[in-house]
Design a protein around this ligand. Structure first.
Ligand code: 13P
Length: 340
């Protein structure tokens, strides 16, 4: 593939009205999700769950891409059709999580650095063969009294940029995800300060390592107060603060920003995205790449039973539709089924 392909595919991933489904839960994370509905995590149950999401009729109207986990990219549906082919045939780009997870950062007590660069060039070549069009790498940054350290921010930014350059070399669009976690009692200003530092260092490294900004997608956290902070800001305040920070640090050459949901409820994540898209013209597309905020209701509706597949697909289709509307600032909470 050429640079032209990564530019075209990056634009396609953040096409107006559309966003990305993050279904790349690692084996450990999907086990937690399935435990929550009392379904044993087996290769088959994981396959059945992903299949119900990918075969939801009409979801391609709002879903431009799906991030898969290694196991899922190698799986086929119950009809024998490989998931990557199923997605391509629906006009949805398959992507692949390529990091090996956040590991303890040496020299620091509680911080993490994401690993997975060794052998990445070879793994990417295989993922191209398996039909992937894009990749994802997530850095995890926690806020604490004396965290994050400069060392943690720099190590993670450096790894993100090396991963992004390798992905582009392979013809794959990198989703660059520096996630500042919502855990903690910090206020929105502190989240803003840390998000700024993370974005600034990430773009500095991307520049140094010759990453083509036109051929990537940024996946940041929204700027929100910590989960246990007493002061929870309004939807408008979160939207304004998030856009302000992004405007400062994300070059307009980047085609789109696809937020993670990070533990926000489904409705919160949609409302925040909608509000940002009501704030006027932006230099980039403001989109979604939600995991939990696209799947929570569907998972609850499914509960591992074949007879619940239609209800689970309806729940997923509804969330996709609501987020599709939020892409244009056309969502309203009265559109939710349990709205009064
Ligand atoms: P959440 O939207 O559940 O945070 O997941 C998105 C994701 O891909 C995290 O890496």
């Amino acid at each position: 593939m050429t640079t032209l392909d990564i530019v075209a595919n990056a634009q396609r991933m953040v096409a107006p009205g559309k966003g990305i489904l993050a279904a790349d839960e690692s084996t450990g994370t999907i086990q937690k999700r399935l435990d929550s509905i009392d379904v044993p995590s087996t290769e088959e149950s994981r396959r059945d769950y992903r299949q119900l999401l990918f075969t939801t009729a009409g979801a391609e109207a709002q879903i431009s891409g799906v991030i898969l986990y290694d196991e899922t990219l190698r799986q086929s549906g119950s009809d024998g059709v490989p998931f990557s082919k199923l997605l391509w045939d629906k006009g949805i780009l398959p992507g692949i999580k390529v990091d090996a997870g956040a590991k303890d950062l040496a020299g620091s007590r509680d911080e993490k650095v994401t690993e997975g660069l060794d052998g990445l060039r070879e793994r990417l070549a295989e993922y191209v063969e398996l039909g992937a069009a894009f990749t994802k790498w997530r850095a995890v940054i926690e806020i604490g009294a004396s965290m994050p350290s400069r060392a943690c921010l720099e190590a993670n930014a450096h790894a993100l940029a090396r991963y992004a350059a390798l992905s582009q070399e392979a013809g794959l669009v990198p989703i660059v995800e520096p996630e500042v976690l919502m855990d903690g009692g910090h206020d929105i200003e502190r989240c803003a300060e840390v998000t700024e530092a993370a974005l600034q260092l990430t773009f500095r490294e991307l520049f140094k390592q010759n990453v083509v900004l036109e051929g990537m997608v940024l996946k940041p956290n929204m700027v929100v107060p910590g989960k246990s902070c007493e002061k929870q800001n309004s939807v408008r305040e979160v939207a304004q603060m998030t856009v302000k920070i992004l405007r400062r640090h994300v070059p307009s050459a980047v085609p789109g920003i696809a937020f993670l949901s990070g533990g926000q409820s489904e409705v919160e994540a949609t409302a925040h995205l909608n509000e940002m898209n009501c704030l006027g013209a932006m230099p980039w597309e403001l989109s979604f790449s939600y995991g939990r905020a696209l799947q929570a209701s569907a998972l609850q509706a499914w509960r591992g039973k074949a007879e619940n597949v239609p209800a689970a697909q309806a729940a997923f289709a509804h969330r996709a539709k609501m987020n599709g509307l939020a892409r244009h600032g056309e969502y309203d909470s009265s559109m939710e089924p349990d709205a009064a």
